[in-house]
Every structure is written in structure tokens, then in C-alpha cells.
Design a protein. Structure first.
Length: 300
């Protein structure tokens, strides 16, 4: 798909979802104009980039996440299959929700990064017969959304404020929140009445090989997600929890991508990272809690 057709293809996807989005400046309805721009009645205009995404943040935002980090993340997720067992479980949950829900079915990844999770999940659902599923990925990082749109043209990608996303109330069937912060008031606003939130949080054993090596005897070696899970339970009914635990053997190149991707190593010096690459384990533990729940009234 050429760059020009990517822009046009994406604009057509957004045109089919005009009732889902709203202007990030004034909150009015939006429409797609000439496969090039999104515009509202007050003439706030947002152009589609040639890669196929749209920037719906009305002011410039600095991000610590760069292109190299997102490329490392794509390699780990898409090329190495690092999260495949997790993805399989999410696909199963979303598939059940789709069968129980009402069309149209919009799947929103809040904090999608470079888009590999959303693209893989939507792709597997479509292969399984859910051809009408519509994926939306939003992130505040322009670098992440740029890469998502460059790699995966079947979903809708937007740079957007996660604390105040430019999406209309009660329009989303399922919200994904994978290893990313949450705002449950936003989830409550966006989800349909029968909507579902799916959140993935690390358990104490997640990447423990890296945590043990880079943090030595510091308190950062110890992690608990109990407060996160309890907070989720307060906001959603029909709570479900699944433990995802396995060990993945990585090649040298894949390990380099993991070291680049994870915040656990960002403050380590180059020498310390080299020591890990020279003598660290090639097996890495993935230890996660997948929690899911249906919408209920937010507790204030």
C-alpha cells in the first residue's frame, strides 16, 4: 500500500467511524473531508499524515518514548511472539464479548504504543470470522502512532490525550489497557452499557531475571499489583482474573530488543547492560495478571 493510499484508506476507516470521534478542541461532531482531513463545525481541522494516522492533540507534547524504543517493542511483540499466550487469552475474551454484544463493535487500545498488540488481536479475530471488528489505537506518543500506522493499516490510529480522549460517550465495546496506566472515569464514559474493560498488569515474577540483575538489593526488586487489582474490582462488575505465566527463551537479538524496550533497564549504564548481554540468562519469565470486568457505576 503506497503512502498516498494509506492516507486515503485510513480516512475511509475514520469516515465509517465519524459518530465515534469528536473534536478534541470543542467536543463537537467531526466529519472526514476529501480523504485528507477531519473537521468540526467550528472549523478545527486535523490532517491525516501520509502514514495514515491523525494527530488529535491540539498542542505539542513531549514524550520520552522514541522511535528506537517502539521498533524494539515491535520486534518483541510481533517478531518474537513474546506475548503470544497473553494475546491468545485476550482474543478469546474479546470474541466472547463480541458474540454477546451489539454491533457495531469497536475495540479501543488505550496506550497502544506502536500498535502490535491491537493489530495482532484484531487480525486473529478477523481470521476467526469477526470480519466487522473495528480497532482503534490511541497513544500520546506521536512516534508510537507513526510506527503503528506505518506497519498496520487495518486499524484506526490517533495521537490523543488518554486522560481526555476525543471519543464520544458509550461508543466502545471493549477497552484494552495492556501494561499501561488507567483512568477508570474515562473507561466508564467511553464504554457501552454492556462494554468490557480488559487490563493487563505485571505480577511479582514478571521479567524477574532483569529485575534481580539491574536492581540488586534495592526495593525495586519487589513488586506487588494487589492495589491495582483491588482498584479495578471497585469499578467493574463480573470481575474475572487470569494468571498468565510462562518462560520464553530469547535469541541474542531479541534480548537486545527487550533490554531497549523495558523501563527496568533505562537507568542502567551501557556497561551494566553489556554485562547482562554477555552473561545474563537467555530465558525470561512472563508473569502477568489479566483482569476483566463489565461496566458499572464508578465509585467516587
Amino acid at each position: 500500500m503506497s503512502q498516498i493510499s494509506k492516507r486515503g484508506f485510513s480516512a475511509n476507516l475514520f469516515r465509517g467511524a465519524e459518530t465515534i470521534f469528536k473534536c478534541p478542541v470543542c467536543g463537537e461532531r467531526i466529519r472526514v473531508v476529501e480523504t485528507r482531513s477531519i473537521i468540526c463545525p467550528n472549523h478545527h481541522t486535523f490532517d491525516f499524515a501520509k502514514q495514515g494516522y491523525v494527530n488529535l492533540v491540539p498542542h505539542s507534547v513531549r514524550s520520552d518514548y522514541d522511535r528506537d524504543l517502539f521498533e524494539a517493542r515491535r520486534k518483541i511483540i510481533a517478531d518474537c511472539g513474546f506475548f503470544d499466550p497473553l494475546i491468545e487469552k485476550i482474543v478469546s475474551l474479546v470474541g466472547l464479548q463480541k458474540n454477546n454484544g451489539r454491533d457495531p463493535f469497536y475495540l479501543l487500545d488505550m496506550g497502544c504504543g506502536e500498535g502490535s498488540h491491537l493489530s495482532t488481536i484484531c487480525g486473529q479475530l478477523r481470521t476467526g470470522g469477526s470480519s466487522d471488528i473495528r480497532g482503534i489505537g490511541i497513544d500520546l506518543s506521536k512516534a508510537g502512532i507513526h510506527q503503528a500506522a506505518s506497519e498496520y493499516s487495518q486499524e484506526m490510529w490517533a495521537v490523543a490525550d488518554l486522560a481526555n480522549p476525543p471519543l464520544n460517550d458509550r461508543t466502545i465495546s471493549v477497552i484494552l489497557n495492556i501494561l499501561s496506566p488507567s483512568n477508570y472515569n474515562v473507561f466508564d464514559r467511553l464504554l457501552k452499557e454492556d462494554g468490557m474493560a480488559i487490563k493487563v498488569v505485571p505480577r511479582s515474577g514478571y521479567l524477574h531475571e532483569l529485575r534481580d540483575f539491574f536492581f540488586n538489593d534495592t526495593e525495586k526488586r519487589i513488586y506487588s499489583n494487589s492495589d491495582i487489582i483491588e482498584n479495578f474490582r471497585l469499578h467493574f462488575r463480573a470481575f474475572q482474573s487470569f494468571k498468565i505465566h510462562y518462560v520464553k527463551k530469547l535469541s541474542h537479538d531479541a534480548m537486545q530488543s527487550l533490554i531497549r524496550m523495558t523501563p527496568l533497564t533505562w537507568k542502567a549504564g551501557e556497561e551494566r547492560r553489556r554485562q547482562w548481554m554477555d552473561g545474563g540468562s537467555s530465558e525470561i519469565t512472563i508473569d502477568l495478571d489479566l483482569i476483566a470486568g463489565r461496566k458499572k457505576d464508578i465509585i467516587h
